[in-house]
Design a protein around this ligand. Structure first.
Ligand SMILES: Nc1ncnc2c1ncn2[C@@H]1O[C@H](COP(=O)(O)OP(=O)(O)OP(=O)(O)O)[C@@H](O)[C@H]1O
Ligand SMILES: [Mg+2]
Length: 233
């Protein structure tokens, strides 16, 4: 059997003397959507950053497919986020001086794809995201919801194995946010990518295959098994 898309095992991490993660576990398979919830300050962003190679955990293991990546150099981990991993932040992640389509094309170009090919591949995402006709707009000329759709396209354009979304709807109104999450879940299902999404919205969590609750820096095993049935709607 092929390994899970991504595994975090007994992850610990602290800032200075303050422990934040104290042994957190998370597994996501291809095509699976996992929600991460927990109180503010419980370490959700820290967990995602460790899993995505933005931070190196103090202890524990991160496996991307068959590769153990937590020991990789910063440069190699950064390169992963332009190829095998995608990340959608809460807001403010687009380059304001670049048109939307070039923002999406950027990870491809950084990965060595020729500019024309990268822009064409980026543009192909726009209709599915309801962004038809907005390719040449700069981020400042887009609504918050449109900006987040561009950010989603940018995270998916490299056909990654896993996409992380850290409260991607945090800056949006509830309804716009839910539409956006449905879009993200639908695209993950269609492309077979694993999706790990941080959310405070119970309705969003209910749309995911599994919900993981972080408390005191640990993933709550009881809560892990409180699986929301039904999966994405
Ligand atoms: N760079 C940093 N330096 C020092 N402390 C940090 C740093 N980043 C996070 N922390 C602390 O680590 C703890 C966990 O932060 P984290 O951002 O992971 O929480 P969170 O669960 O994502 O919270 P929220 O729901 O508010 O986004 C908090 O107490 C925070 O103050
Ligand atoms: Mg956070």
């Amino acid at each position: 059997m092929s390994p899970p898309a991504l595994r975090g095992i007994r992850l610990t991490h602290g800032f200075g003397a303050t422990p934040v993660l104290r042994g957190a576990d998370l597994v996501v398979h291809r095509g699976e959507v996992v929600a991460v919830t927990g109180p503010s300050g419980s370490g959700k962003s820290t967990l995602l950053h460790c899993l995505a190679g933005i931070l190196r955990p103090d202890d524990g293991e991160v496996w991307l497919g068959a590769d153990r990546i937590d020991g990789w150099s910063e440069a190699r981990r950064t390169a992963l986020r332009g190829s095998r991993l995608g990340f959608v932040f809460q807001f403010g992640q687009l380059l304001p001086e670049l048109p939307a389509v070039e923002n999406v094309a950027l990870p491809l170009m950084l990965g060595g794809v020729r500019r024309g090919d990268a822009v064409a591949r980026a543009a192909a995402w726009f209709p599915a995201l309801g962004l038809d006709g907005l390719e040449q707009r700069r981020p400042g000329q887009l609504s918050g919801g449109q900006e987040q759709r561009v950010a989603i396209a940018r995270a998916l354009v490299t056909d990654p194995e896993v996409v992380f979304a850290d409260e991607p709807t945090g800056a949006l109104d509830t309804e716009t946010g839910r539409v956006l999450v449905d879009l993200l879940i639908g695209l993950a299902a269609r492309t077979g990518t694993g999706l790990v999404i941080v959310t405070h919205d119970a309705d969003v969590a209910a749309r995911c295959h599994r919900v993981i609750v972080l408390r005191d820096g640990r993933t709550d095993p009881a809560a892990v098994h409180a699986v929301v049935t039904g999966g994405p709607r």
